[in-house]
Design a protein around this ligand. Sequence first.
Ligand code: HEM
Length: 492
Amino acid sequence: MDPYRYRPSSAFNTPFLTNNQGGPVYNNTSSLTIGNRGPVLLEDYHLVEKIANFHRERIPERIVHARGASAKGYFEVTHDITHLTCADFLRGVGVQTPLIVRFSTVIHEKGSPETIPDPRGFAVKFYTREGNFDMVGNNIPVFFVRDAMQFPDVIHALKPNPKSNIQEFWRIMDYLSYIPESTHMFMWWFDDWGIPSDYRHMEGFAVHTFKLINRDGKETYVKWHWKPTCGLKFLLEDEAAAVAGQNHSHATKDLYDTIASGSFPEWRLYVQTMNPADEDKLDFDPLDTTKIWPEDLFPLQPVGRMVLNKNIDNFFNENEQLAFSPGVVPPGIYYSNDKMLQCRIFAYGDTQRHRLGPNYLLLPVNAPKCAHHNNHHEGAMNFTHRDEEVNYWPSRFNAVRVSEKFPISKSHVSGIREKTVIAKENNFQQPGERYRSWDPDRQERFIGRMAKALSDPRLTHEIRSIWLSYMSQSDKSLGQKLAARLNMKAAM
Ligand code: HEM
């Protein structure tokens, strides 16, 4: 008998119901009782197993990005960038790599509406021949903070009040009043950009600076940028309210229905590149997650296209159990010293070991699609089939070798230990530039949203004054208009 013939599967390999042990079930509607009216007997193995299984159907939600939709497809290289990177999946024009994408909202729970003003997650897992590559970004190119030490605080402030379970702007504006660099994030979040119409009509950004390394070991800073071929669309507040009133999963449905109809959403991937030798020449720090790299200085260069042409088969397996990490990079791509990114390299695997268990990388959706081999084994719920006696390395009984050496980042790092902020904060220039790029109606809508948030009755005069000062430092007329809305004196 082949013990691996019947793997657990919902594709019924018998027309008869069985329990999880494979035993026949002759009655799936009535509990085993004494007499017709009960009591129920605990010896009803099938009843106990069925109810116990049901009790365990849910796993912990993601602490952030709990609400999401995923789809599968492929990436195809359209432009040669082998002068920048030796990454195998970028080895030549026409090369295709299978992938899975998960789009998400950030703050609210798994069943929350997809119409709220919130950043949207844009996470792509490429199953390359040299292992997985996860590009775990958002639809906004900057972030609230630039140091991971502040991440739990910013998320706590944005999440519902732990007492009332209601998201409250006095908490958000209070906390972020200590974070002047968050002003730039408001220029996206409180802009029309804050509510994408659905997941197909939004851009994606890896946000952090990464490094590309070519086969000669040359390093180039890179920022990744996705643009949808069907253009951008946003919902204004009244439109969002109308959509939410009809369907709180409208964006998931839009993605699913579009793919099912045979019309496949597509994004183009671009890079912005910078010579690391130039990083000190700018008036901002290019590794700062609260900054963009201006496109006139660092033009977008096309790399490839992503096509989503297949819906997932099962939401739990291919969405809830899906696990991304910005630490997952193939040879030819590496991290920069960005402080946020450095912590994220640790954070995702850590939460996934808690959320999904220590063997989360054995789950089919997370496992690499190339041959892989190591001696990390056993642990809870390990379902690999290992038929071998040598589980250590090296061994003269086992031919497994390390891979050929690939170019790694060699940049020199030195300094003293310190806990400080970066030198070039430059918190208000880019927010001001973005505000001035909008037409007057769009500026008015932004001011309206800021004024609404700052009108929360629990906010103090001091906190409102701090925000007026941040807005005035970004753009003087913005500060004056906001002050007029709030019946306050404009900051100098
Ligand atoms: C140090 C700062 C950050 C920390 C500690 C952090 C932590 C986390 C954690 C714990 C999760 C849940 C993962 C899971 O349960 O599988 C998550 C999800 C996510 N984060 Fe972050 N995050 C940080 C910053 C960012 C930034 C800057 C971005 C955007 C560039 C981002 C994008 C995402 C996305 C898209 C997801 C959802 C991935 C999915 O769809 O499964 N995060 N983050």
